[in-house]
Design a protein. Structure first.
Length: 443
């Protein structure tokens, strides 16, 4: 017998699912704004649908109201299902709360609270104050769990929707609070954690499906970052291309449409060759080379003719006094101020280690190919000085394994050292979450 999930009308799940679907249409296009979807329902029927398309354009709620108007439906007395708390301030666009009140909406069901400190519950308060019924989806009483399903996959459809609304905008949620980008460290490795052979060969470690997924990760990021050693060794383009699975060659791949992520190169001594792809291709305008004060002036000047160059402060290395490093915390603040909400770090090993072991990454996306390179001089996915003891290890949580052809992809959150090791061990097999790049499977 079909179990009733909770004491709310069944249709509500449907409307909220639809709002989530609509929200995802904005995937990768709304930065620095969140993706949001909205459905207006009156008399059990949908009278308007909308989603936020791009920063500067109307919010999802306004799109839904406009849609209702276009089809000559009056929104008076309707219920608004929206994945995020309606905003209540003037930004690039006027407050949605005012439009909702003016339209005579009776009830608002919102997926989650907007973490933007300017809103963060204030939108709900304003609506309630004028007598609009407001419900936060995630605050509904939880239905008792089905015992047989208890554990990793026991979440009800209601709870899944609440979780998805909260997870829909991970990068935005992080950036709007911390004002630094949400950092994902990505690496494609052999099973023994190598990203290149001792002779430096590194192309196509993983197969076509994994590479296509890697491209989606790039596409969902505001910026991609790599270190100078990677530029010198691999001369990567760091652009978004749609790969033909197993094409095996970058030339067989095609450039796809905007918005294109920025490319950030960590290069303290300004050694990026002027003919490197990142400095010479048609997307050179999207490249920023981050140098230190010690970089030779003539090199900096030559690079600055082709790409954006910024001079970052340095921090003394804990380990080698003579080795000062670019101050990554400073850089993240700078990028955050430039509305980079999500940053994909693509190595190499030293750069990955700086972010991971420096506590500057929030997520990892590690691709593993069923290959073994061995070799004490082979390049590692994560290098640096490494953890000195078990207690210094980077612990991962919310572990998700995905098979991509012959390869495996591990997606996980980076926990703070010591904080979640026990939980992380138990969490293998958490329910499938919003996909890494936020792009729905059928999108
Ligand atoms: C909503 N619905 O569809 C979105 C919201 O500059 P603005 O006017 O676009 O406002 C941006 C802020 O509004 C953003 O930081 C976030 O807090 C919220 N985004 N809110 O009610 C939407 N995209
Ligand atoms: Zn709004």
């Amino acid at each position: 017998m079909k179990r009733r999930e909770y004491a709310m009308p069944d249709n509500e799940l449907h409307w909220m699912q639809m709002a989530l679907h609509l929200a995802r249409r904005g995937c990768g296009a709304t930065s620095p704004n969140p993706i949001v979807g909205a459905v207006l329902v009156k008399g059990g029927k949908i009278i308007g649908r909308g989603w936020h398309r791009r920063a500067g354009l109307p919010h999802a709620e306004i799109e839904a109201l406009n849609d209702a108007q276009k089809h000559r439906h009056s929104p008076r007395g309707a219920t608004l299902y929206v994945t995020l708390e309606p905003c209540c301030t003037h930004g690039r666009t006027p407050p949605c709360t005012e439009a909702i009140i003016a339209a005579g909406i009776k009830r608002v069901v919102a997926g989650t609270t907007d973490p933007n400190p300017k809103h963060a519950g204030k939108g709900f308060k304003i609506l309630r104050r004028v007598g609009i019924e407001v419900e936060r989806w995630g605050e509904r009483p939880r239905e008792p769990r089905n015992k047989s399903k208890r554990g990793s996959s026991g979440a009800s459809p209601h709870q899944k929707i609440a979780d998805e609304c909260a997870r829909l905008n991970e990068a935005f949620n992080h950036w709007i609070v911390h004002r630094t980008p949400f950092v994902t460290v990505k690496a494609a490795m052999t099973l023994d954690g190598k990203i290149a052979t001792a002779s430096g060969e590194s192309k196509w470690i993983t197969g076509g499906k994994a590479r296509t997924h890697g491209m989606k990760l790039r596409q969902g990021s505001d910026a991609i970052l790599a270190g100078i050693n990677t530029i010198l060794a691999d001369n990567p383009s760091l652009t978004v291309r749609v790969g033909t699975p197993n094409s095996g060659s970058a030339q067989a791949d095609q450039e796809i449409g905007a918005p294109r992520p920025r490319r950030i190169i960590l290069d303290s001594m300004a050694r990026t060759p002027l003919n490197a792809k990142v400095a010479s291709d048609e997307s050179a305008g999207l490249t920023t080379v981050v140098v230190s004060k010690r970089a030779p002036k003539n090199r900096v000047a030559a690079l600055a003719k082709r790409v954006k160059v910024i001079v970052a402060p340095t921090t003394k290395s804990k380990f080698k006094i003579q080795n000062s490093k670019l101050d990554l915390k400073w850089l993240l603040k700078k990028l955050g101020a430039e509305t980079v909400t999500s940053l994909l770090v693509e190595g190499g090993g030293e750069v990955n280690a700086s972010f991971l072991l420096g506590g500057l990454a929030q997520r990892v996306a590690l691709f593993y190919a069923p290959k073994i390179f061995g070799g004490r001089d082979a390049r590692k996915g994560v290098a640096g000085e490494g953890a000195k003891s078990l207690s210094e290890a980077v612990h991962l949580r919310e572990i998700e394994w995905q098979r991509l052809g012959e390869d495996l992809l591990l997606t996980a959150r980076v926990g703070t050292p010591n904080s979640c090791s026990a939980r992380a061990d138990r969490e293998i097999g958490v329910p499938a979450q919003t996909r890494l790049d936020g792009v729905p499977p059928h999108h």
